[in-house]
Ligand binder design. Structure first.
Ligand SMILES: [Zn+2]
Ligand SMILES: [Zn+2]
Length: 741
């Protein structure tokens, strides 16, 4: 027997993966040639019923496709536990649909992951005592490219290790030439359609990473700071940031605030301020909250979003106070060149000495936006950047979701999606980093404008004839990954695009509900006029055994590849899925995975028992077993009836994306019904020649059906056993065997 000893995943997994790859069945075009018997739909069968054999021209519908475009994995490190869950869930969906006869494509991809990768690489440089700021852009780019290509190979082999049945012949990388070209064409098209503009607007600036970031690349962090009240002429103003106040010369109040009814909009007042006398101008604006502080504030349009909006409305000037490295500019007088943290107490001291400090509230708790990578406080800055006009695009995306063109699993994410679409602001897509897709544009420093230039032919400004320079910036990585389902399939003209777009499911981490999912919907609707997927399945975080978020600093990171090495990939896969409801975070417990390795052994041993007892029959005899000679007892018939009911239940659960329950059902059935009851009952019956054959038939029927049901969850062990079953209608691989019905 080949099923000797306990199950040894190491002996099986690489061999089986090679078998699958060699079979070519990951590729939907190959499946089409072999699964012809699947192509009759129920409607076809109905039509064909009653047609006499001689007249029969069996009508067959083109096979329905099932497509998942893999969220491109960041090619900047190793496969982590979150990836392992992605690979498992998407592989379950793919294998299930493939067995059901769908023309199934799971398209694998890898992401250059712009800012993310550059941050990883900058850390590496730091460790080596180097800095990106001492390197030529091209030199840095080449180094990151080499690093990424190395990681890309690594992560591909790790995805294979997880058993992913994706079509490697269609592998895409977000820096593939055709993808880069298409993403750049989208930029030009959106500019021509008035959806992209170059604007001098306030953006989020990380002074450590020296780039602007979009709103979704910042995080809100609760901080306790001092809140200061200063005399500002006849008013009292409150601020947590005295260091920004050097240029404040507008004092703003609500037009309905009775306390300040005597002051008129536009009126000027001389007053004493940090570095001497200034003239302040009264501005009345409804954005002011009358309840907050004294209802009066001064504004710093260069360094605050709210203030920027007020200044835009009244066309007020704005002045930069803090430079791009977070130091005060000459406008700060004696404080120029100081870091904010150093300057703040000194500025307060000076205002106190001048008698302008009223009081300090030491316990002011507020949320401060920080860079999501380095937690440096974001310093808003006004910069010329490229922006996407979001309002109309977001409305179309929201409308499509409201019209149920996209279903969310779990359903509560629909609301979150709509919230983001209803509150989206113009999207800054310029990044001041080298690692990314270059923005194909030229910049005019005279009129601070920019012009798309795909062919690289523009040399003088169409507006003022000044000499243009190339835009050194790259696209926000979400600008390209937002187009992923389109460009990965070869939008707009490829056969694949026509066959597989819109895709069926987008499976992704729930944290991408505002970063990535909406952008894909927006680009899908804009470019292809169709939503990119019909279903969005969102999984939660994978935490450690205690339910705590994994982090390098806590030292609780679980490497999924160590787990597969110890317990086998199948054990990890079913452990990641069973009991894991979508959208909820899950605790990855090594003991649980160990338990699932025991389950793999249980499958192995039960299969060995069945196969040993079938030793005397070959595939042809098995066919006879299915014929009239087999007489099952009423009890055995009941077992097969129960099996059929299980198939029905599991199929329904799989169709409804309830893999976490489906996995559990099969697990319990196999262990507690098949192994504990049916096999035990069968032992004496196999010893009796009168009941042997029927019992053999029943056992083989239950085993082969169970292996099919288990295959999407535990593909390696089930395939290995299937290869040894004496079945007459056996397929080359269990992977393409027909799902039982
Ligand atoms: Zn940063
Ligand atoms: Zn110009």
């Amino acid at each position: 027997m080949k099923l000797d000893g306990p199950y040894d995943a190491k002996q099986v997994e690489d061999k089986i993966y090679k078998l699958w790859e060699d079979s070519g069945f990951f590729n939907p075009d190959k499946q089409a040639q072999t699964n012809a018997d699947f192509t009759q739909t129920d409607a076809d069968k109905k039509r064909n019923r009653g047609v006499s054999v001689s007249q029969r021209k069996v009508r067959v519908s083109p096979r329905q496709s099932f497509t998942i475009v893999m969220p491109p994995a960041n090619a900047n490190g190793n496969l982590h536990a979150g990836h392992a869950l992605v690979m498992t869930l998407e592989d379950i969906m793919t294998r299930y649909k493939r067995m059901q006869g769908f023309k199934t494509l799971w398209l694998p991809g890898l992401d250059h992951a712009g800012f993310e990768t550059q941050v990883v690489y900058e850390k590496k440089l730091e460790k080596e005592g180097r800095s990106r700021f001492n390197m030529q852009p091209q030199e840095l780019y080449n180094e990151i490219l080499e690093f990424t290509l190395e990681n890309k190979k690594n992560i591909e082999s790790q995805i294979k290790k997880m058993g992913a049945s994706c079509d490697w012949s269609r592998l895409k990388f977000t820096l593939d030439n055709d993808i880069v070209k298409e993403v750049q064409r989208t930029f030009k098209k959106m500019y021509d359609d008035g959806l992209i503009y170059r604007g001098q607007r306030i953006v989020n600036w990380c002074s450590k990473h020296q780039t602007s970031l979009s709103d979704v690349e910042t995080e809100s962090k609760e901080k306790k700071d001092a809140f200061y009240y200063f005399k500002y002429g006849p008013f009292t103003i409150g601020t947590a940031r005295p260091e920004t106040k050097f240029g404040d010369k507008y004092v703003v109040m609500h037009p309905d605030d009775k306390r300040y009814a005597n002051y008129k909009h536009g009126q000027t007042l001389p007053l004493e301020w940090i570095n001497g006398p200034i003239t302040a101008t009264i501005i009345k604006d409804k954005a002011i909250d009358m309840e907050f502080g004294t209802g009066v504030m001064t504004i710093t349009p260069w360094h605050s979003d709210v203030d920027f909006e007020i200044a835009e409305r009244h066309q007020l000037d704005s002045q930069q106070i803090i430079d791009m490295r977070g130091k005060l500019l000459p406008i700060a007088g004696e404080f120029a060149g100081m870091k904010i943290t150093e300057a703040r107490p000194k500025i307060v001291e000076k205002l106190k000495a001048k008698g302008l400090l009223e009081k300090i509230d030491e316990n002011y708790v507020h949320n401060v936006p920080v860079c999501y990578k380095c937690e440096t406080a974001i310093e808003p800055q006004i910069l010329p950047q490229w922006f996407v006009k979001m309002k109309d695009l977001a409305k179309k995306a929201a409308d499509a979701v409201k019209a149920k063109k996209i279903i969310f699993i779990p359903d509560n994410y629909r609301k979150i999606f709509l919230y983001w679409m209803e509150n989206s602001i113009d999207w800054n897509i310029s990044r001041q980093i080298v690692w990314g897709i270059p923005i194909p544009a030229k910049i005019c420093d005279t009129c601070n404008d920019g012009f798309p230039d795909l062919e690289n032919t523009l040399t003088t400004c169409p507006k003022c004839q000044s000499t243009l320079r190339g835009d050194p910036d790259t696209f926000d990585t979400w600008f390209s990954s937002g187009q992923w389902p389109l460009v990965a399939l070869g939008y707009p003209n490829s056969k694949d695009f026509k066959t597989f777009y819109p895709t069926t499911v987008m499976e992704s981490g729930s944290d991408l509900i505002f970063k990535w999912i909406p952008r894909m919907v927006i680009f899908g609707l804009y470019l292809a006029k169709k939503v990119p997927f019909g279903t969005v399945y969102l999984h939660g975080l994978v935490n450690d055994a205690k339910g705590q978020k994994m982090s390098k600093s806590k030292g609780n990171v679980i490497n999924p590849l160590n787990i597969t090495e110890k317990y086998g990939t199948d054990a990890l896969r079913i452990g990641l899925v069973m009991g894991n409801t979508p959208g909820q975070s899950l605790a990855l417990d090594e003991n649980k995975i160990k338990g699932h390795r025991n389950f793999a052994n249980k499958i192995w041993n039960a299969s060995r028992f069945v196969l040993t007892n079938l030793a005397r029959i070959d595939a042809d005899n098995y066919a006879d077993l299915r014929g009239s000679k087999v007489v099952l007892s009423a009890h055995q018939k009941q077992h097969l009836k129960e099996l059929k009911a299980l198939v029905g239940e599991v199929t329904k659960l799989m169709d409804n994306y309830k893999f976490y329950i489906a996995g559990e059902k099969i697990y319990h059935y196999f262990w507690h019904t098949f192994c504990d009851k049916i096999i035990e009952e069968a032992k004496p019956l196999l010893a009796d020649s009168k009941t042997r054959q029927a019992t053999q038939y029943m056992l083989l029927e239950i085993l082969s059906t169970s292996l099919k049901l288990l295959h999407p969850f535990m593909p390696f062990i089930t395939e290995e056993i299937y290869q040894q079953l004496p079945l007459k209608d056996k397929k080359e691989c269990l992977m393409v065997a027909k799902w039982p019905n």
